[in-house]
Write a protein that binds this ligand. Sequence first.
Ligand SMILES: Cc1cc2nc3c(=O)[nH]c(=O)nc-3n(C[C@H](O)[C@H](O)[C@H](O)COP(=O)(O)OP(=O)(O)OC[C@H]3O[C@@H](n4cnc5c(N)ncnc54)[C@H](O)[C@@H]3O)c2cc1C
Length: 346
Amino acid sequence: MRSCDVLIVGGGPAGSSAAWKLKAAGVDVLVLDRERFPRVKLCAGWVTPEVVQELQIDLATYPHRLLTFPRLRMQFGRVRVPVRCVQHSIRRFEFDAWLLQRSGAPVEQHNVRHINPAAGGGYLIDDEYHCRYLIGAGGTRCPVYRELFRDLNPRASERQIVTLEHEIEYDWRDADCHLWFFENGLPGYSWYVPKEHGWLNVGVGALAERMKRRGQDIRAHWAHLATKLNGTLAPGARYEPTGYSYYLRGRVEVVRRDDAFITGDAAGLATRDLGEGIGPAVRSGLRAAQTILDGTPYRLGDASGLSVGSIARSMLARRARAARPAARPTGTNGGVAAHGLRDRDQ
Ligand SMILES: Cc1cc2nc3c(=O)[nH]c(=O)nc-3n(C[C@H](O)[C@H](O)[C@H](O)COP(=O)(O)OP(=O)(O)OC[C@H]3O[C@@H](n4cnc5c(N)ncnc54)[C@H](O)[C@@H]3O)c2cc1C
């Protein structure tokens, strides 16, 4: 039986962030992941400046592909909204493996199936591992969520997003990030996210239940996107999209049960409308670690993060300030500074 103080199930951004903080404090921590890293993770790989800051990543020395895209181009029907921004794209294949290695925590490849309270305290995992604290960072299908939290914290089906995406090597010409909302009645958006040195991620994501109610199939939306890109931004690109689903944040009732925690997608924390999940995963991982270190209550904080709402609010606030230069700043439009987004119509 392998014993440790803290066992983390899942080595994605939530798990590696928790491991990084705990390991830095000298805690005996072990990460289990069913995959060997580097592993493929379906994700557009859009990373906000807050994530970079919270994880103390030095962009100049980050050893893999990282693109800071100069502009975000959103389109709502015929309305185009270009936004100057400081946002980044990475390849999850590289980013996750680098974060996990940087954490310094030992990692074992193990597919976690069963979790039980141990007789003398703590948790038994598959009768092979024992730990005092357990962090569930296993993504949407996290076994810690399934075994210890699902009954207390059922996931709301109306918050489930389904996606289809493909990341390909492609010599793109347009370094802007493009998002198309609600095209052909899609209850979501599709994207074009360029990566450094000729990689490109394209995809479609939408609320599963609404699509079902409208009798829609995400594959039809994918076909529409591929045709559009072929005629515009990515001629000749060939795709083999893969699907995945995760949950937007709703009311998250219980995220700690005794000495077990759930973080990131295991708790269903992605931001509403843009589905940013890396930031909430990192933040919840760091907070779970902090709770273990000093007893700070494990709270997820508000549901802030990257969203169309935060972008729109920051643009409106900026315009209002420009129209009334003498007005006293409200200091409440955290989205502008927090997300590094600056609007500029062009
Ligand atoms: C198509 C798509 C595009 C997205 N684009 C973005 C984006 O651009 N920006 C953004 O911020 N968010 C995006 N997201 C959301 C983001 O990918 C997730 O929110 C984020 O990865 C959550 O991190 P996590 O650490 O909680 O889980 P994950 O990254 O899913 O990591 C979970 C880990 O747990 C492991 N695991 C699972 N089950 C077990 C088990 N039984 N035993 C052991 N290990 C296990 C897995 O192998 C995995 O390594 C996107 C999601 C999708 C599907």
